[in-house]
Design a protein around this ligand. Sequence first.
Ligand SMILES: Cc1cc2nc3c(=O)[nH]c(=O)nc-3n(C[C@H](O)[C@H](O)[C@H](O)COP(=O)(O)OP(=O)(O)OC[C@H]3O[C@@H](n4cnc5c(N)ncnc54)[C@H](O)[C@@H]3O)c2cc1C
Length: 306
Amino acid sequence: MQYDVLIVGAGSAGLSAALTLGRCLRRVLLADGGPPRNESSPGVHGFLTRDGIRPAELLRLGHEQLRPYDSVEVQCLEIKRITREGRGFRATGVGTADDAPHTIWARRVLLATGVADILPPLPGFRELWGRGVLHCPYCHGWEVRGQPLAVYGQGRTVTGLALLVSRWSADVVVLTDGAGHLTPNARRRLRRHKIQIREERISRLVGSAANDLQHVEFADGSRLARVALFLHAPQHQRSALAEMLEARHTSKGAVWVNSELETSIRGLYAAGDTTPGTQQALLAAAAGNKAAICINESLTREECPR
Ligand SMILES: Cc1cc2nc3c(=O)[nH]c(=O)nc-3n(C[C@H](O)[C@H](O)[C@H](O)COP(=O)(O)OP(=O)(O)OC[C@H]3O[C@@H](n4cnc5c(N)ncnc54)[C@H](O)[C@@H]3O)c2cc1C
């Protein structure tokens, strides 16, 4: 199958790119490999006109609005491998519903494959992720404002996040789960903002049936009642496709892109969480839109040589 553009990933970035490329009458395959990063969250916040919408509903609307654009094909497909072929790319994948193999040829590829968060291996973190365990106060701070909050982590990362979170609540406790590696200056700054520090080992997080946090349990059996815990979790790329193609990555593991959202591999573009910068659904959608425009202009230059 031959396409102008293969878009890998149907989250905010991929769907938005597909919409713009459909409006350019481009022949597009959107490979939808599964759920988005925020699948476990009850609501997407801060998305203009859609504040609080369920993540699945946001994507459903995105798919629905692709329907009028006949040149856009959506397939439940996980792309496993991409290689350069001629002036384009050959991709192979498998259907996520039927395991059927697919081979695709496309002139350009957009990676909109997102990232995955690596949570501490303690009981409760994975289970409460997106409800009682939160990654970002811009996304969820308002929902837990004024309530007892915890911030988990060590060193500079936890200090910065705790100071940020203290904007939403005056009752913030830093939990370092062992040695906190906090400098005297960090301790002073936290103290100045009335943020307590607890360096005991944590044994688990206990939540309600709805996955809200109820309390943090320490190794000695003592408990701390909290309604939510924030942390900056390390991340990894959801897909190794950019790495397979030997595209440049930043020191933090993001796929490097230039101002046109093209990676270090000609014709291979990337947008959304997979690239460096602030990670928000609206920004991912905006990046998908921009990548689509850059791709369409690059295809137009190829079709209309000087
Ligand atoms: C718990 C949680 C809550 C959040 N809440 C908010 C919020 O309230 N507001 C906000 O703005 N942001 C929020 N975010 C951030 C937001 O989820 C991301 O910024 C946004 O999802 C990024 O969109 P994306 O399209 O880049 O990636 P994603 O939405 O993660 O989409 C990537 C897609 O690519 C697919 N994929 C990966 N590899 C392949 C492959 N090989 N083949 C085919 N498909 C593939 C994945 O299955 C996925 O569907 C939250 C994040 C988390 C973790």
